[in-house]
Design a protein around this ligand. Structure first.
Ligand SMILES: Cc1cc2nc3c(=O)[nH]c(=O)nc-3n(C[C@H](O)[C@H](O)[C@H](O)COP(=O)(O)O)c2cc1C
Ligand SMILES: [Fe+2]
Ligand SMILES: [Fe+2]
Length: 396
């Protein structure tokens, strides 16, 4: 963040930290640009509130940032929009110093604060939709926004300044030294989408409900808890609209793994054939790919094709892993095909097909080839690709 004034609106201060060195989130998502834990201090004429805290380990930095504006001992409220430790993990340190401060959270939130952070009952304030707290010349309103991406999540809204504090919603894993989205440049949108894919895509029904509320509020700024602040939020709201319920792209994601090149030979024909039909196709070799990129492309893809050799009667472990993600992460384009090579008994295609069907996918074709594919198998790979391409062309 730049030095100097970090007042994003009158009486609203950014007091978070940038974790430049963090390289993994949720124990599997790479963070090439680190991430930030944004905490906001809201100062009214007679009371003050802190909205969300920071990841454990950064308590000292948070308290120092707060101290530049106000003695942390004087805080009246700590608002917890979300109980996950990257935002709530420093609550114990803040409440210890701010001896009179109360923790404000949703009904489930206060329960989770007690469970995770041992916040005692007498220090909890439970809020529901449209409840407010008055800070003096400043009113904070609470908006229920459950399942973004935990059950207790809520938003806080500064009514006078029209700033929406949305926590993970509209977040991105990004450290840039910049406070505002419009200062970050081209890197931001793909990172916001990658974040959306992992955190929000499994909850698109809740995303849609929350978007309807956000659109009614018409916030002038959106201040999430990761990545930069949007001071012109229309574009990110429209992107969320598109990702959660907009039309899908004429795009097919091909995910494959191959030990000796046989499955890969089929993949090449499949990728070329789909592409020749005028449909965008993105192949991912799982051996060298980042699954968060796969998930990002699946946000608006119409179809997925998965290829794996048979290993120990099932699919290759990387294909099992990726297929589990595809089937359980709320991918909207539910058209699929499966292919692969085997040596003796086979089984990969059967295994992956079953998992995708359980996840609600329609399997338009499946192809399992013994050993290296021959001419007839390549012809079958072409018909599989045509079935996918025709279905995608018809659906979108
Ligand atoms: C570790 C390992 C385990 C395998 N297990 C099986 C199996 O259980 N059943 C089978 O039909 N083939 C099995 N195979 C054979 C492969 O499926 C076969 O060689 C296939 O053509 C490899 O495809 P690829 O070139 O795309 O890696 C196994 C191969 C390896 C290396
Ligand atoms: Fe979270
Ligand atoms: Fe988070």
């Amino acid at each position: 963040m730049p030095s100097g004034s970090l007042e994003i609106s009158s009486g609203v201060f950014w007091v978070g930290v940038e974790d430049w060195d963090r390289r993994v989130f949720d124990a599997f998502i790479p963070l090439p640009y680190g991430t930030s834990y944004n905490s906001y201090l809201i100062v009214g004429s007679n009371k003050s509130a802190l909205i969300d805290t920071v990841n454990p380990g950064f308590e000292g930095s948070l308290l120092r940032e707060i101290s530049q504006i106000l003695a942390p001992e004087k805080l009246d409220y700590v608002i917890m929009n979300h109980a996950e430790p990257d935002h709530a993990g420093s609550i114990p340190a803040v409440l210890k110093i701010a001896k009179h401060a109360k923790l404000v959270a949703s009904k489930l939130g206060v329960n989770m604060a007690e469970m995770y952070f041992k916040v005692p009952h007498e220090r909890q304030i439970r809020v529901k939709e449209n409840d407010v707290i008055e800070l003096g010349g400043k009113t904070l309103r609470f908006i229920e926004a459950p399942w973004l991406h935990w059950p207790e999540t809520m938003f806080t809204y500064d009514m006078a300044e029209k700033v929406l504090f949305s926590c993970d919603f509209f977040g991105s894993h990004m450290t840039s030294g910049k406070l505002y989205a419009d200062e970050v440049g081209k890197l931001l949108q793909p990172e916001a989408k990658r974040y959306y894919a992992e955190i929000m895509m499994p909850f698109s029904a809740s995303v849609q409900q929350a978007l309807d509320k956000v659109k009614l509020l018409q916030p002038e700024k959106i201040a999430p808890s990761h990545g930069p602040v949007y001071r012109d939020p229309q574009a990110i709201i429209e992107l969320y609209e598109k990702w959660a319920r907009g039309p899908l792209e004429k795009k097919v994601v091909v995910i494959y793994v191959s030990m000796w090149g046989n499955t890969e030979a089929l993949q090449r024909v499949i990728t070329e054939t789909i592409s020749s039909k005028g449909i965008e196709v993105i192949p991912y070799n799982l051996t060298v790919s980042d699954v968060s990129h796969v998930l990002r492309d699946l946000v608006d893809a119409s179809a997925v094709v998965i290829g794996s050799p048979t290993v120990l009667g099932g699919a290759h472990p990387l294909a099992m892993y990726a297929t589990e993600l595809v089937a359980s992460f709320g991918v909207r384009g539910k058209i699929a095909a499966v292919f692969g090579s085997f040596g003796w008994g086979g089984g990969a295609v059967r295994r992956l097909t079953a998992r995708l069907e359980k996840g609600g996918f329609e399997i338009v074709d499946a192809l399992e080839v013994r050993g290296p594919p021959e001419e007839e198998h390549f012809r079958r790979a072409v018909t599989l690709s045509e079935a996918i391409a025709d279905k995608v062309a018809g659906e979108t």
